[in-house]
Write a protein of this length. Sequence first.
Length: 253
Amino acid sequence: MMFWKSAAIAATLGAGLVGGASAQGFDPGGNCGEILRNAGEADQLMIAAWTFGYIAANTDNVRPVDPSNNSVILNNIGKVCQANPNASLLDLVAASAKPAAPAAPVAAPGSRAEVEQLLRAFLEPGADHRGLTQAILPSEAEVIAVYAEPLGSAMWASYQEQMGPGVSFAPKQGQTDLLIVYATTRELFDRKPVLEEFPGGYKDVLQYFKIDVPIVRFKFVQPGKTLGLAFDGLIYLNGRWVIMPKPWRALQN
């Protein structure tokens, strides 16, 4: 009912704004082409106002009703009607006013949910694996912030050799699922049971942890499988996830 009120208001305005041009009115359920072809200036004003009212009532898109916006909306309706000549005006406007899909909930920074969102991006069709990989490579300062010397510097030296601008990792064909082990460096340092879910080499570097931060081991796997392409050392630090894999290997250097 509110849409017809909008049309009535538009008709009243039309009598004063378009030099008294007569208005025939329109049925939104009628054929869009016939409505637009037969619409005088006052009818056009009613159509624009009704359309704005419909869209505002069904979405968060509320715009001023003025001559400039009226011209834009009528032009857009005309183009869509030309492409869909058998559609009603109501069908066209309703299609453009469908509520947007609810946004995905925002995961808490550093949470398991956040790292899962990050890693599932690698599984998306057409994913930019190189870009995704480069975005989680660590800096020297980040490595040294997590691991005490001399291990921190040794790790950075090895990463400089391994993690250049061309490095990229991606799931293998058929690996469309993800397994995650989420812990903190404190839990590993305290030798909580979750330590057994990480590669055994971590037991050799526990004394080098400097801060308590989230740390993740993950695998890209085929659905229903537990074996797959495994990675470790994805750490949340200073507002982002960075990967520092196999820190124990730097001990050998």
